[in-house]
Write a protein that binds this ligand. Structure first.
Ligand SMILES: [Zn+2]
Length: 597
């Protein structure tokens, strides 16, 4: 057995970004879109059930275009990742995105017309076998349609967004590119680090002095430009609030919750359980401080490695075997799928220059395939990443054959299958550790993840909530943003650190993503949701897999609360399920504290 380290993309479109097949495909999509726009324009809200075929026809075309566009965009994503210099792929990407924007405008017009269908007739239509399976999706679109203003007003807002909203988000990227952190390299030469380079060194360098020195420079540089970032954040948030107001929305949490198909009660109880369980994580931070010979950890020490021993290394084939073997302990379908992904060369894992950093999984809805991108270096965290991405691919796999509208799951459940798969492997790595020292290193990595979810992301949520409260009343100054951030961090880390990161609101990209406000709590939700499922699978054994697959298949077909109730029999607005997930993370902390006594 020797698996390919490179993926096969030729089976999707032959010839990479120069592909004639791909060019022809884009051309066909553009033609279908022209027909689609005409049909939507001529569609008048139907008055009786006999006219239903008009509605079904538009929905069929919607699905067809969305699938085709996704197929192309996924392919282009693979091309730009495997070769960052593939400018032709970038250019095609631009073309694909302008098609998407055209499609979205047409589709919004369609949802506005859905609202005009009489309530009783609407109910009748959804019971028809042609539509009943996608009833949740249609209801959701119709509800969203109800909040829309007129077609002309929505078109105007969309046009203004380009420069007034998305523009601020891209302006953020331009500002970050001007960030240069002065530093000295190994030979004592003066160098200027980009934000990304400085961040990695500051958080991961084994030498505490290197981390601390860099942190001072880091804060200083972001601080100097803070007024520019404050402008950007204020205008992004201001546009958002003005947009809500135009739509009669006064609660700034409405959109993020709606987007994640969940209730405020659920979110509140999740944070509440976390807030009540901070002590073990504070104990962990204190113990880690002790190991580093400090009274308290600084912000930049939290993720720093405890160098005790180099963990075991896995060749690519060994990593694959480790994953498949451990997946087998949890069921039949998951390992079978993973083995096929390796055999069919769905994974790009080679360590070579010119690749984009990071990892992702993308799916091809027209051919029911997935591709995984990463750079595999043989560490246990590399194996965990591979397992994580295979989890995403498995999620897409079990959705094959479902209507495309039922495959578009929200951010909070998007990480369910991946975290679950990763958890299986990271737990197995800890069990396979050959010494206590190795076990400590591996546990530390696992707990860092929990700290990120329960403390770092919690701080982001508290900050963003307080920012919007103040932004509703007017502009928020850079000094005040620093204050809000530091207070949020102190609250969420329970004062366990010696030093915080006040300019984090400027340095963290996630606060500047247009279209996705509160790009934070879905992470913690997904992590805990998945740990809760993992907890159930440990209790129920291999028989759990069937239930697990059924749950994944419904991830985009109901609200999050309905999903948990139907498949797990749990009420997400109650603390028990969340507590079970937190307890798993606490068990890791306890083991760590025991081993490092
Ligand atoms: Zn993921």
């Amino acid at each position: 057995m020797s698996y390919s380290l490179k993926w096969d993309l030729e089976g999707i479109f032959k010839g990479g970004s120069q592909s004639a097949e791909l060019a022809a495909k884009l051309q066909r999509i553009s033609e279908s879109l022209a027909v689609y726009k005409e049909e939507v324009k001529n569609f008048s809200p139907i008055k009786e059930k006999q006219e239903m075929s008009q509605l079904v026809s538009i929905l069929d075309k919607t699905e067809e275009i969305e699938k085709a566009v996704s197929q192309v965009v996924a392919f282009l994503e693979c091309l730009t990742a495997q070769d960052i210099h593939d400018t032709k792929a970038d250019q095609l990407n631009g073309e694909a995105y302008s098609l998407i924007s055209e499609f979205q405008t047409a589709f919004t017009g369609f949802t506005i017309k859905l609202v005009q269908i009489d309530e009783a007739l609407w109910g009748e239509l959804l019971e028809d076998p042609a539509l009943s399976e996608i009833a949740f999706y249609l209801n959701e679109k119709r509800e969203q349609g109800k909040e829309q203003l007129s077609e002309a007003e929505e078109a105007l807002i969309n046009a203004l967004k380009v420069d007034g909203y998305i523009g601020w988000s891209t302006h953020y990227d331009s500002l970050v590119k001007t960030i240069q952190i002065p530093d000295t390299d190994k030979d004592g030469e003066e160098v200027l680090l980009s934000a990304g380079q400085a961040f990695n060194k500051m958080m991961d360098d084994p030498d505490p002095k290197v981390r601390a020195d860099l942190f001072v420079k880091w804060e200083k540089v972001w601080h100097e430009k803070a007024p520019l970032f404050a402008d950007t954040l204020n205008h992004l948030g201001g546009f958002r609030l003005a947009d809500y107001k135009a739509h009669g929305v006064t609660d700034f949490m409405k959109e993020p919750l709606q987007y994640n198909r969940m209730k405020k009660e659920t979110l509140d109880v999740m944070w509440d359980v976390i807030a009540k369980n901070k002590q073990p994580f504070v104990d962990f931070l204190n113990r880690k401080a002790q190991i580093f010979g400090k009274e308290k950890l600084s912000w930049v020490d939290v993720d720093a490695p405890i160098v005790t021993t180099e963990p075991k290394r896995y060749s690519y084939d060994e990593g694959a075997k480790f994953i498949i073997d451990n997946f087998s302990k949890f069921g039949v379908e998951l390992p079978k799928f993973a083995e096929q992904a390796f055999e069919n060369a769905w994974i790009e894992a080679e360590d070579r220059p010119g690749k984009r950093p990071g990892g992702f999984c993308t799916s091809f809805p027209e051919t029911n395939e997935s591709r995984i991108f990463m750079t595999y270096a043989g560490s246990p965290s590399g194996v965990a990443t591979l397992a994580h991405e295979l989890g995403h691919a498995f999620h897409s796999h079990v959705l094959n054959g479902k209507p495309f509208f039922n495959t578009e799951y929200a951010m909070n459940v998007a990480e369910t299958a991946s975290t679950f798969a990763e958890q299986i492997c990271s737990d197995a790595s800890v069990r396979a550790a050959e010494s206590d020292a190795e076990k400590i290193t591996l546990l530390d990595t696992k707990i860092q993840n929990a700290i990120a979810m329960f403390m770092n992301i919690h701080a982001r949520y508290i900050f963003e909530t307080n920012f919007y409260k103040e932004r509703q009343k007017g502009l928020v100054s850079a000094e005040r943003l620093d204050e809000l951030m530091e207070n949020a961090q102190k609250e969420s880390y329970k004062d366990a650190l010696s030093e915080y990161h006040p300019s984090f609101w400027a340095s963290k990209l996630h606060f500047y993503i247009a279209e996705v406000p509160f790009y934070n709590f879905p992470y913690t939700f997904g992590y805990l949701f998945s740990l809760g499922i993992y907890h159930l699978s440990l209790k129920e054994g291999k028989a759990f897999e069937e239930k697990y697959i059924a749950l994944l298949q419904d991830t985009a077909a109901m609200t999050t609360e309905e999903l948990a109730l139907k498949h797990l029999g749990v009420d997400l607005t109650k603390p028990d399920f969340w507590q079970a997930g937190v307890d798993l993370a606490i068990a890791d902390v306890e083991e760590f504290l025991e081993l490092t006594k």
